[in-house]
Design a protein around this ligand. Sequence first.
Ligand code: KG4
Ligand code: ZN
Length: 327
Amino acid sequence: MALILGLESSCDETAAALVTSDGTIRAHKLARQEEAHRPYGGVVPEIAARAHVEMLGPLIEAALEEAGVTLADVDAIAATAGPGLIGGVMVGLVTGKALALAAGKPLVAVNHLEGHALSPRLGDRSLEFPYLLLLVSGGHCQLLLVEGVSRYRRLATTIDDAAGEAFDKTAKLLGLGFPGGPAVEKAAERGNPKAVPLPRPLVGSGEPHFSFAGLKSAVARAVNDYSAEDLAASFQQAVVDCLVDRTRLALAVTRPTALVVAGGVAANTAVRTALEALAAEHALPFVAPPLWLCTDNAAMIAWAGAERFAQGLTDPLDVPARPRWPL
Ligand code: KG4
Ligand code: ZN
């Protein structure tokens, strides 16, 4: 059985994890930077990269200690090589390369999106390919048919903002703070989802993609005419309607084993409930990995590394960091 060290540093979470090829998480260490970015109302790339430099070494040491192993016991080192904020990606990838070189271990350069795409199999080892994954986070909004390791069919992506980004921007417009998703969800509990007429971009069209920029602009135009609670509830309902409609369209052209949701927006109860109902409508199992595994973490990178390593997919030490890297 292989033991993989995984490193993640592509956005504002620094993380290190040790995972075995049978899906056992031996250690997982993660540091959030929310407080450092809060005064700016969003992630500041330069601050993020510096924080990764400070945090990654100690997190790796803590993970090795928790698992009671040394680098010599590790079979491969997996690091996120993109997509993401390039400064942060370079910190994790260069660290991974240095450890691989020093310890004489193979390197696996992991696409962060592949980490998200395969993470449901770490949470649920019985999940079989191909499954339909709705990946909804601050940086991503995609529908992927996950057919196997390295085999992803992208059915839809966003033509402007990601869903989480729309939550964050709406929270800012409503003066609800950062990160916006949880704040909007909380405010929405006390609002009426039917109070504000908001658009559902692309809903009902045969076009498979997502679009949220028009929705955010509509919230901006209505901001003086309604309460923050009604705006939050109406916005959230519009996002749910868009996600469900687009996912329904994807289900019409695929035959997946399950409907899976991942990414930070999967934390939203209204989103989860609506997708669960959609899966039931199609007689499909609904899989939502535990929240900590849905948001950015290193266990999913180690796991994607394990799945790739098992297929002999390792990378040379000059593999580049890629700010953009579609699956
Ligand atoms: O996956 P994640 O931690 O990081 C990446 O973007 O990769 O996702 C963070 C995003 C943020 O945009 C945040 O506002 C959103 O997920 N989010 C939520 C909720 N919790 C987090 N959006 C809606 N409702 C929530 N409860
Ligand atoms: Zn992510």
